[in-house]
Design a protein around this ligand. Structure first.
Ligand SMILES: [Zn+2]
Length: 461
């Protein structure tokens, strides 16, 4: 029987928001296993490395040059028959590396039911009927927008920032403040619902602003950011905003305006949490959660789907009515947007791994399509042995060097190398670095799918 370990050749695409040339981790990783003729161009943006079976940019087996899609359809045991049947012979997830120089569109992904409706109504803009939960893990420091801010922060900005208040109009702003004042932290279901309705109204008013009004408001806001950044701050004893430092906030506003002049996104910023992730920190986006990525290199894992409802920071199709209707309007502090990794119990570390504080951690979002394990092997000779999984895995190395063994097959691993590991195979990875210097860590991320009976908890079902 063929040993289910394949080194993959993965393509990188070149959207405008990608990091440029060698700056882009996505490009550097792609170059390690490139097709003949690929070289990184110094001036070109490289945005996303795709690892999986998606037909738009399918990964290939380096050895045979057959696509992974072709291989898993030919041999269902590679994914397990159960997963193969459930997902129509495709990998349940798409694994990516994103290198972000410039903000990506403000967006949300429809739940399963809405995805079906949108696809039926407008298949050009909504190309499939699947939901698209996604998870982000920072590889370098990351900035993004995710979920609505706590209500007191929104109220602060509505009061402090004249251009924002002018754009929305005093009447809508006052109405919002009247409803939420004193109720910001209530845990009463009825009050929370009333707060969400108020947030929906004021946010919808904002999103329906005319282009001329947005242009005026952007000019005034950027002028505030340039001339009086202290306007963005709060007074002692008032609620804190994120970021807390008004100079930092003003700098972000100027940066975003430079990237997308006269864009409503500049004002959406004051409604959403500004989130920073350090390498290894993660966030999970449920269906209908509003978000935008602003900068950094990340690992992203998502259900295989293409459905995005966009509303700002984008030259692409915007669907404001659908977006303002679909959002959950949940509001919460930043810490609640993050996904905390937990210790992963199905890998055994050897003595060198233990003594060097190596670890394997699991990012396990509440969906069936994927989970991700991160492994840091901190010293040469440190080794992790993974129990066989009842499903497929894709592994990428983001740092250091090592080797991977499945059955009798061993392959060397370098930064950017990507491997497919078939179902039911035991997999061993080991740090083979030089052992010199402190920074000899070997880091891999492994996405996998295993059906564990939590299928019925899926969002939107
Ligand atoms: Zn998204």
């Amino acid at each position: 029987m063929q040993i289910p370990l394949l080194r993959l050749q993965c393509g990188v695409n070149s959207y405008d928001w990608g990091k440029v040339g060698q700056e882009s981790a996505a490009a550097r990783y792609a170059a390690t296993t490139a097709q003949a003729g690929f070289s990184i161009e110094a001036e070109k943006p490289y945005a996303e490395l795709w690892m999986g079976t998606h037909p738009s940019l399918p990964s290939k087996d380096v050895e045979t040059q057959r696509t992974l899609l072709d291989l898993v359809q030919d041999n269902q045991a590679l994914m397990s028959t159960e997963i193969s049947e459930r997902y129509g012979g495709r990998l349940p997830f798409l694994f990516k590396v994103l290198s972000i120089r410039k903000a990506l569109s403000i967006q949300a992904h429809p739940n399963k039911k809405l995805a079906e409706q949108l696809h039926a109504r407008d298949p050009t803009h909504y190309p499939d009927d699947n939901h698209k939960p996604e998870m982000t893990i920072a590889v370098t420091p990351f900035e993004g927008l995710c979920g609505f801010r706590p209500l007191a922060e929104i109220t602060h900005f509505l009061q402090a920032l004249e251009p924002l208040r002018n754009l929305i109009g005093s009447q809508a702003a006052d109405e919002f403040e009247r409803v939420v004042k004193g109720n910001e932290d209530s845990e009463d279901e009825a009050i929370i619902q009333r707060n969400k309705d108020a947030l929906r109204s004021v946010f919808t008013v904002l999103m329906e602003s005319s282009p001329a009004d947005i242009e005026t408001a952007c000019r005034d806001l950027v002028s505030l950011a340039e001339n009086s950044p202290e306007t963005f701050g709060t007074l002692p004893g008032e609620v804190e905003t994120n970021p807390t430092n008004p100079a930092e906030l003003a700098a972000i506003i100027k940066r975003l305006d430079g990237q997308f002049p006269n864009d409503i996104g500049l004002f959406v910023f004051f409604f959403l949490n500004f989130i920073k992730l350090e390498p290894g920190e993660a966030m999970f986006l449920r269906a209908d959660d509003i978000h935008a990525y602003v900068s950094g290199d990340i690992i992203e894992c998502m259900a295989s789907s293409d459905n995005v409802v966009r509303a700002g920071f984008t030259p692409k199709f915007r669907d404001v009515p659908t977006l303002t209707k679909m959002l959950t309007y949940s509001y919460a502090p930043i810490e609640e947007q993050k996904l905390q990794p937990v210790s992963y119990p199905y890998a055994i570390l050897n003595a060198t791994a233990y003594s060097s504080a190596s670890e394997t951690v699991l990012y396990d979002p509440p969906i069936e399509e994927f989970s991700v394990v991160k492994t840091d092997l901190n010293r040469t000779g440190a080794k992790a042995t993974f129990d066989p999984l009842a499903g497929p895995s894709i592994l990428i190395c983001t740092r250091g060097k090592g080797k991977i063994t499945v059955g009798h097959k061993t392959e060397e691993v370098r930064e950017g190398y990507v491997f497919f590991v078939g179902a039911t195979a035991e997999c061993i990875i080991e740090n083979t670095g030089s052992g010199e210097g402190e920074d000899d860590v070997f880091t891999t991320y492994k996405a996998f799918c295993e059906l564990t009976g939590k299928e019925d908890m899926v969002n939107g079902h």
